[in-house]
Design a protein around this ligand. Structure first.
Ligand code: FEO
Length: 173
């Protein structure tokens, strides 16, 4: 059985993951409407990844005999002028998510809930990857600046991103 404190904290994180999904879908829609099909694709994949993160926590809480309670998802922004602005906002958001995960990890340790700590270890590594991917894209967009051909080529590159279910879901752990 899971402690009420950990259960509440995991439910909060489920909400944060769904909020992230909603944010990235909003970014995808923004760039879809502005003709950046590749950027829109990248954020649509990101949207699916965030839903998968929520699902990992949902499955985990159920596995531990806990109760998933879905709270309302707060509103998200709807306008980003450039891909660079959106990726900068993404990095800032992911850094916040990293601290949420770290706080949850610390709480699990404090409560001696080692199963939860182990489950969260996957998220700790995932955050390193997410921040790094985002930083690399920011570097590329800064390098390209307003170069039309560069922006076109990078958009083509982002169009090739495909979705792969994260390992905790694909291996049905
Ligand atoms: Fe669910 Fe982008 O971290």
């Amino acid at each position: 059985m899971i402690s009420p404190k950990i259960q509440t904290a995991i439910n909060d994180q489920i909400n944060a993951e769904f909020w992230s999904a909603y944010l990235y879908l909003s970014m995808a829609m923004n760039f879809e409407s502005k003709g950046h099909a590749g950027v829109a694709n990248w954020f649509r994949i990101q949207f699916r990844e965030e839903q998968a993160h929520a699902e990992i926590l949902i499955n985990y809480l159920n596995q531990r005999g806990g109760r998933v309670v879905l709270a309302p998802i707060a509103a998200v922004e709807t306008e980003w002028a450039t891909p660079l602005a959106a990726f900068e906002a993404t990095l800032e958001h992911e850094q916040k998510v990293t601290s949420l995960i770290n706080n949850l990890f610390a709480l699990a340790e404090e409560e001696k809930d080692y199963a939860t700590r182990d489950r969260l270890a996957w998220f700790v590594s995932e955050q390193v990857e997410e921040e790094d991917n985002c930083r690399q894209l920011i570097d590329k967009y800064r390098l390209i600046a307003d170069n039309g051909m560069g922006l076109y080529m990078l958009d083509q590159e982002l169009a090739t991103r495909t979705y792969a279910a994260p390992s905790p879901l694909s291996t049905a752990e």
